[in-house]
Design a protein around this ligand. Structure first.
Ligand code: HEM
Length: 459
């Protein structure tokens, strides 16, 4: 990525028709091995190339890193009709959530997005606030003063409970029984450190069998829940505000039973780990930055005065908002966005062939010193109105952009802020795991080792 400060224009090729600079001398072999062995190092290598479009070869496929905000915007927003999600994502996720919103294309996607949008309207999301706060308080209830807490499992359990309740209106026990085993099997299945990640689902490895078994159990639970709803009195049924009731209210052509399963699984997969990781990183950053943690405590005390947080309170908690924004800048759980051009396109003056794999990495753009001073430092206070006004669009895009931006963004931000506010009022976090965090690029940006803190009850 070019190193000049305050550079707002991307670098164009010197000679027309020139190809973008590439990583590595023997591209095919080198890039494939380093991408699989050490994806973070591979991204760092792309970052060290002095260009905004960088070519690579992985497993015989040509790809490009695209790292200038103007070009990010071109792909995700301005010229979005020329790009689709692409092979890479379909190959990894297709067998689980092929018919879900995340992977659909064209008219089918448009129709489903329109049908599902009401589930994520502001007013509807606000009704989930109480669930989010209550489950956060229940998470804190499980902790004793001075206890060492492994953050990611605790936050996963929290976000899963919230999804179980808001998507399906099921209690914690049922969530634990039917959703937890499925998501843990899926997580294992797509872990590149695990051999079966490279084998199709029909190959009967123990893990693939586990995925198929837990998937069948999930579908059976879903059938039971739907059957229970059908015997409910109409008034009772209409009083429910979970996502499943919205899906069931759609006509059969828009949302048949199979598609309904895919959509719910998509929401589970897209909304579970992402938000749990966000919370894990936020607690880690607060624990290792005691001044920021103190400022958050002061803001919470001044605004809430010990009361449990509600969605309306979030408007009055600007520092909390900045903590979350800065956390998602430094550790974007969706560390990259993939796209594939459906026809030859020009990006930053370079000709890009149809079907090339584009990698549009939040991980690099969010830490580019052209847009952020001390880009690796955790500085929630940088997010002033003036800073945001001069920041180029798409120098920050943890939830993607354009028509395919995250449908769950408002849900996730509200959930994370309510959990941070509710728990920070009860506990102060002391760092056990020290920086730097060891990270891995799986489906999401994940710590490779446990991230631990010690929790201290506040007076
Ligand atoms: C901090 C948490 C989250 C992050 C960082 C995140 C990030 C993203 C990103 C970057 C995209 C765009 C992907 C692309 O353009 O290829 C996306 C799409 C999506 N997200 Fe999220 N997400 C989060 C939480 C959620 C939640 C809670 C839900 C649902 C309950 C959700 C459901 C979806 C769906 C269905 C899509 C596909 C939308 C479409 O293509 O129309 N996400 N997410």
């Amino acid at each position: 990525m070019p190193s000049q400060q305050a550079e707002t224009e991307y670098q164009e090729p010197v000679t027309p028709g020139q190809r973008p600079p590439r990583i590595g001398r023997v591209p095919l072999v080198e890039n494939t091995l380093s991408m699989i062995r050490d994806p973070l190092g591979f991204y760092a290598e792309a970052d060290s190339v002095d260009a905004d479009v960088v070519r690579f070869n992985v497993a015989g496929t040509t790809g490009y890193f695209v790292t200038h905000p103007t070009l990010v915007e071109q792909v995700l927003v301005t010229d979005e009709a020329d790009f689709e999600k692409g092979r890479l994502l379909r190959d990894t996720l297709g067998e689980f959530i092929g018919e879900g919103l995340f992977l659909l294309e064209g008219e089918e996607w448009q129709q489903q997005r329109t049908a599902l949008q009401p589930a994520f309207y502001r007013e509807r999301i606000a009704t989930y606030g109480e669930t989010m706060t209550d489950f956060a308080l229940a998470t804190a209830d499980d902790w004793a003063d001075g206890e060492r807490v492994d953050l990611l499992p605790a936050m996963r359990s929290y976000t899963l409970r919230v999804l179980g309740k808001t998507l399906l209106d099921v209690d914690i026990e049922r969530t634990a029984e039917s959703l937890e085993p499925l998501l843990s099997a899926l997580r294992h299945r797509v872990d590149p450190g695990n051999l079966s990640a490279y084998l199709p689902l029909w190959v009967p490895t123990p893990n693939n069998r586990r995925v198929r078994r837990t998937r069948a159990a999930f579908e059976a639970t879903l059938d039971d829940i739907i059957a229970e709803r059908q015997t409910e009195a109409a008034a009772e049924r209409e009083a429910r505000d979970d996502v499943l009731s919205l899906l069931l209210s759609l006509d059969e052509e828009t949302m048949d039973r199979e598609r309904l399963g895919h959509q719910l699984l998509t929401f589970l997969v897209a909304g579970h780990d992402t938000t749990a990781l966000t919370l894990t990183y936020a607690w880690f950053l607060l624990a290792t930055h005691p001044d920021a943690q103190r400022e958050l405590h002061e803001e919470l005390a001044a605004t809430l005065d010990g009361a449990d947080p509600t969605p309306a309170d979030l408007f009055e908690l600007p520092f909390l908002d900045r903590v979350l924004t800065e956390t998602l800048r430094l550790y974007p759980p969706a560390f990259t966005t993939f796209r594939q051009p459906t026809r030859p396109v020009t990006l930053g003056g370079y000709d890009i062939e149809q079907d090339a794999q584009l990698t549009i990495p939040q991980w690099l753009v969010h830490r580019d010193e052209r847009w952020y001073d001390a880009p690796d430092a955790f500085r929630p206070e940088r997010w002033t109105d003036e800073f945001e006004a001069q920041l180029p669009d798409y120098a920050y895009y943890p939830f993607g952009g354009g028509p395919r931006h995250c449908i769950g963004m408002r849900f996730a931000r509200m959930e994370a802020k309510l959990a941070l506010a509710a728990i920070a009022q009860r506990f102060r976090f002391e760092a056990v795991t020290e920086p730097p965090l060891e990270l891995g690029m799986r489906i999401t940006l994940s710590p490779t080792d446990p991230v631990a803190v010690r929790v201290h009850e506040r007076e």
